[in-house]
Ligand binder design. Sequence first.
Ligand code: SF4
Length: 132
Amino acid sequence: MNSKSILDLFFFKEKEKGNRPVITTGAIVWGTLLRSFILMVVAFFAVKKYMLYDHIYLIIFIIWLFVAMPAYNAYKNFDKEMEEFQDSTLCGTCVHFEKSAQLCKIFDEHPTKEYIPCEGQSWEPKSYEDTI
Ligand code: SF4
């Protein structure tokens, strides 16, 4: 993993083969863990150096501001994007598409609006029960 990938994860993104940017729930979870780790390390040294033992609530507020809220917003955007993706792409209507990971379960790849891993060859419609 290079520094650019870590920076992508910090912003809740990951890049697939061919540098295609994809946002997945996994990237959001990794981004949340990465931000939490960085914040914990910084908080550990800041609390020790500036004797902030009586201001722990500040750390909770900072975690909410820089970790929880951005992660929640990233998830909301991802969910909204997936709704649009399902309505506007072939993969979105396919039984092999996993919405929570933006993943084609057969090819184990992330389809996008421009990229359909099977090029339509393996498409199978969702059943009525899958769509409700
Ligand atoms: S099988 Fe084809 S159409 Fe279905 S999700 Fe995978 S790539 Fe998309």
